[in-house]
Design a protein around this ligand. Structure first.
Ligand code: SF4
Length: 739
């Protein structure tokens, strides 16, 4: 195997170090629990008294409300909370599998400090006091030498708020999540440029009322955004026309009236042709465009040449099918919806593709309309009185003065990585990594490892021994979500709501909640005023009281709904656009001024070399990113990923279903072994796998080397010039023949 990660030395316990031996025992001494054993542990969690406690799920970022049941004090099951608008009383398989996350035998269980070379996985188990004392001392030294801006925070997940707060109080200005540049950022930039507002999370898509739904690269049913999946199931039941655009016959495609198996990288051509049909056949909302549109005539002139016949040649789709599908959603305007998508960083021009989706929806006039994009609401919560953050005179490291990515409105992870590598505009010497595995999430693992090499300190806080934890100096074990309090959730939706995460069961070892770790850190850093409460309950109760929310009721019910407000323009919802023109920008002067296309233009994707295929990736309904592969309940459902190969292609290459193969990418990187799934459910010129598998951290022994890592093969990437998003589908692979 060719990347630095896969060449990692396996866990070696230093014979001379008692600490290392102790730490080895910390995870190696566990009795591995087979899935049956976990189920048994849960099922046999007593037979007597059952207690239920509401909380909200963190098996992914969707944050569904659930109710945990304990039997005789032992965690037994986790189900949906009927009062919660996200779950509507039902959890997805991963949410239900949260019980497995509590019992996961691979969990981090005590603070660890590196004793050997970085990445060599030699550790000593230490007390919290020692670990945080070491970290604080090191941080203050780095601050004295380079300033607080030289520490960066990478975060994902709900506990990030505590670390963001304490680190910002200490002077950190650089913090970023992969959820932006490696996921939804490009889409939100496309919407901000068009409507003056992003769609955010959860997206206000009125799927349950739509008369026609288009999913373009959105895999509802595999990507389990619970609320949307339930509304999608309802749309299937209502037999509305569903149009799915995907090189692969996904679960969503199998429920659709139309499947458009598009050539990878050509989605923008289809979007432009669809717009062309709506305009040329008069199937757009003239009233909406007349009232709210800006630059419509120039837009029309720009898209004139993008006919279905032109797009057919680019996309590999049938021109008549492009017309027929455009008429399906055009005729049902404004009650039809092109889903904005979520993980949209595919080709490096994704903000313009996101803008094309936004423009297509604008032609349908569905903003603030039933079955389109509804106007969402949330509950404003009072703040706890906290000191102000210190000001810095330095620019943000990832995008100094917006010179790298002029339209980025959040920080860019790979921009911070770049600064760490170059030292420009100033050195980055420390990373705090919370609940995100940058080895799997960022493209080009070698660049990430080179950047880590430049650091004086890397701290990883997680529930699981992630891949990146293997490269840390200090690893801090966090409680999983059923064991902790977190910040209050003020959710956005058709009706705002407040939800409480509260402990249901005690942590099994020395794990601690994020708020506690952040508070101890603040004290050791000499800024105790940043967390001026004794216990998080005091903080939560204060915010509730000042917001007129009954904390006792919130504890008992898990969720309190906000007031009902109109969500459609027809019912009085406010429609306003925060663009420079105050209108929906069909033509964007701000893009033009910055040297970009004011209306998206199509550039054909690069062709793969002879014998190579584009590799596309996606998600599975039972796993979240790279986080759940060792969860005994979830891994029993899907222990490894497979490589989807079209049956005809497999036959031509002499590959059999179930055969184990390796892939090599255009840079010569050879991936881990993976089983072939020969299927007609994918285009003959494309390969697909679920990402997040192929773990090489030996601490993750129940997921270790199961399946292959797509991230490992993602060495080449393109960066979106508008906002810094990095492509995930820019690599070509071929098969390595082995005897
Ligand atoms: Fe949990 Fe599933 Fe909801 Fe995500 S979508 S929060 S995993 S129940």
């Amino acid at each position: 195997m060719s990347t630095a990660v896969s060449r990692r030395r396996f866990l070696s316990l230093s014979a001379g170090s008692l600490g290392a031996a102790t730490a080895g025992a910390a995870w190696q001494g566990w009795i591995p629990l087979a899935p049956d054993a976990v189920a048994a542990t849960a099922a046999e969690a007593g037979t007597g008294t059952v207690t239920t406690i509401p909380t909200f799920c963190e098996m992914c970022f969707w944050r569904c409300g659930g109710i945990a049941s304990l039997r005789d004090g032992k965690l037994w099951k986790f189900e949906g909370n009927p009062k919660d608008p996200q779950s509507m009383g039902r959890l997805c398989p991963r949410g239900t599998g949260a019980v497995g996350a509590h019992y996961d035998p691979d969990r981090l269980r005590q603070p660890l400090m590196r004793v050997g070379e970085r990445g060599k996985e030699e550790w000593k188990a230490v007390s919290w006091d020692e670990a945080l004392g070491f970290v604080a001392e090191k941080m203050n030294k780095i601050k004295a030498e380079h300033g607080p801006e030289s520490m960066a925070l990478f975060n994902h997940g709900f506990g990030q708020r505590f670390f963001q707060h304490v680190l910002k109080s200490w002077g950190v200005i650089n913090y970023a999540g992969s959820s932006y540049a490696q996921c939804r950022g490009a889409r939100d930039v496309g919407y901000v440029l068009t409507y003056g507002a992003g769609v955010g999370s959860p997206e206000p898509t009125d799927i349950k009322n739509t008369d026609c739904l288009v999913l373009i690269g959105s895999h509802l049913g595999e990507n389990m955004h619970n609320t949307q999946v339930q509304e999608f199931a309802n749309a299937v039941e209502r037999r509305i026309p569903i149009i799915v655009v995907d090189p692969r016959y996904s679960v969503a495609a199998s429920k659709a009236r139309y499947w458009l198996p598009i050539r990878p990288g050509t989605d923008l051509a289809l979007l432009l042709a669809w717009m062309n049909v709506l305009v040329s056949e008069g199937l757009y909302d003239r009233e909406f465009v007349g009232q709210y549109g800006h630059g419509f005539d120039r837009f029309v002139a720009e898209i004139k040449g993008y006919t279905p016949d032109w797009a057919a040649a680019e996309t590999g789709l049938d021109a008549q099918m492009i017309r027929v599908t455009a008429r399906e959603f055009g005729r049902r305007r404004p009650h039809s919806l092109i889903h904005p998508g979520r993980r949209v960083n595919w080709n490096g021009d994704d903000a313009q593709r996101g803008r094309a989706v936004a423009l297509l929806n604008a032609l349908l006039g569905n903003w603030g309309r039933r079955g389109g994009i509804y106007i969402n609401h949330h509950v404003e919560l009072a703040n706890f009185p906290l000191p102000k953050y210190p000001k810095s005179d330095k620019p943000k490291a990832d995008n100094p003065n917006f010179e790298r990515y002029p339209f980025a409105h959040e920080a860019v992870t790979t921009g911070i990585r770049e600064t760490t590598l170059t030292g420009k505009p100033y050195p980055i010497k420390a990373w705090w990594v919370y609940s995100t595995d940058l080895i799997h999430a960022l493209p080009n693992q070698a660049e990430t490892l080179k950047a880590i090499d430049q650091l004086d300190l890397m701290v990883v806080v997680d529930t699981m021994p992630s891949e990146i934890a293997g490269w840390a100096d200090v690893v801090l074990p966090e409680d999983m979500f059923l064991e902790r309090y977190d910040e209050l959730l003020a959710g956005w939706g058709r009706q705002g709501w407040v939800a409480l995460r509260q402990p249901v069961v005690a942590a099994p070892h020395e794990q601690k909640p994020a708020w506690w770790i952040a508070k101890q850190l603040a004290e050791k850093l000499g800024i105790p005023e940043a967390m001026p409460f004794k216990h998080i309950e005091e903080y939560l109760a204060y915010r509730c009281e000042k917001s007129n929310i009954d904390f006792a009721k919130l504890k008992a019910e898990g969720v309190i709904m906000g007031p009902k407000e109109p969500i459609y323009a027809d019912d009085g919802a406010t429609i306003e656009f925060g663009t420079p023109s105050g209108k929906v920008e069909f033509w964007s002067e701000q893009l033009q001024k910055a040297g970009f296309d004011p209306v998206p233009k199509f550039t054909p994707p690069e062709k793969p070399p002879e014998g190579y295929f584009p590799l596309i990736t996606g998600r599975a309904p039972v796993h979240t990113f790279s986080r759940t592969q060792s969860n005994p309940l979830l891994s029993s459902l899907m222990p490894e990923n497979e490589l989807w190969v079209n049956s005809a292609t497999a036959a031509k290459l002499g590959l059999k279903n179930g055969q184990v193969v390796k892939l090599k990418n255009q840079d010569g990187v050879i991936g881990q072994p993976i089983k072939v799934k020969a299927t007609q459910r994918i285009r003959p010129d494309t390969l697909y796998m679920v990402y997040g598998f192929g773990h090489t951290n030996p601490m993750r022994k129940h997921a270790f080397m199961k399946g292959a890592s797509a991230a490992q093969l993602n060495t080449r990437y393109k960066t979106d010039p508008l906002m810094g998003g990095t492509s995930l589908h820019a690599n070509f692979v071929t098969f390595v023949k082995e005897s």
